[in-house]
Design a protein. Structure first.
Length: 312
């Protein structure tokens, strides 16, 4: 496999063992707010964009949607190493960028300015940068480009689309919220719902109650997150995970809970919303990131200032 055109190893941070770490790749537009620069790129072209980035290379970019999530992952690493300095099951963050190395200096400087523990900066000239995800053993990919996300999902990597928004950095611990169907689980019940309505979906769930639901696009990431979480006792864990699903608890919750148990995936709290808006409960949880396949739920989360990632 071809190597990215240019990979910059960040010598300021301890390099992780990617065979044991939970590797997360974020694009520059996911971690920093580059909307103005992106607009400049679209309107004036690559040359003008590079010139602008070079002229502003010492001016830190403001935080983007995934910024607080990455910071919280870093906090978890600190807690892990406090209890075991030899531990290798850490979060490993790399930035995947379509910037050229020349225009990427501002990205590196911004990460250093905020003290972000990013192991590598990969500057890729290829149209489809997701071809490098597997070689870096990436378990989660966050991008502001829908094509990138779809390509990553096709390659079997958990991936989600972040929309640029102003987010308040929530306090620690790291809090991650997953939707159920078509995110943590497969969309099999959604399909029944579309074809046979709510009554049909409830009937299907009753019949299938003892059969675990199929795997969704975020399952692999959730399992790795669960593995890191198991290093701590429930009380001392710097990670909290939540299931916030449109399913009703009474009719469709049992199978979801049994599936999580079958997978060995411990979730701290589960909310069965029975179709009610998710915004109010998300405002209460204040997660660092919320994964959902419904754009109306993403919108509801954004309305209450919750960093959101859409799983198409």
């Amino acid at each position: 496999m071809a190597e990215p055109e240019s990979t910059v190893i960040n010598t300021d941070v301890k390099q992780k063992d990617s065979s044991e770490a939970l590797v997360i790749a974020v694009t520059t537009r996911a971690i920093f707010n580059l909307e103005e620069e992106h607009q400049l790129y679209l309107e004036k072209g690559k040359e003008e964009y590079i010139r602008h980035q070079q002229a502003n290379q010492d001016k830190p970019l403001s935080p983007g949607t995934a910024f607080a999530f990455i910071q919280a992952a870093q906090y978890v690493n600190e807690k892990i190493l406090e209890s075991n300095p030899a531990e290798k099951g850490l979060f490993d963050i790399l930035v995947l960028s379509n910037n050229s190395p020349e225009s990427g200096v501002r990205i590196i400087n911004s990460a250093k300015h905020y003290g972000l523990e990013i192991s590598k900066f990969c500057f890729v000239s290829d149209e489809d940068s997701t071809q490098y995800l597997k070689s870096h053993r990436v378990k989660l990919f966050l991008s502001a480009d829908r094509t990138d996300v779809c390509n990553a999902l096709r390659r079997g990597v958990s991936a989600a689309l972040v929309f640029q928004q102003e987010v308040q950095a929530p306090s620690t611990p790291l809090r991650v919220v997953f939707d159920g169907d078509a995110v943590l689980f497969s969309d099999e019940t959604d399909q029944v719902f579309r074809e046979q309505g709510l009554e049909g979906a409830m009937q299907y769930e009753r019949v299938m109650e003892a059969v675990p639901i199929g795997e969704g696009p975020m399952k692999a990431f959730a399992m790795h997150l669960g593995k890191i979480r198991k290093k701590f006792s429930q009380e001392e864990s710097p990670i909290r995970t939540y299931l916030v699903t449109a399913r009703s608890g009474r009719d469709m919750g049992i199978r979801a809970i049994k599936t999580l148990r079958e997978w060995g995936l411990a979730i701290d709290e589960a909310f069965f919303m029975d179709g009610a808006p998710k915004g109010p409960i998300l405002a209460q949880i204040q997660p660092h990131i919320f994964f959902d396949d419904g754009l109306h739920n993403i919108q509801g989360a954004q309305d209450v200032g919750v960093p959101s990632a859409w799983v198409p």
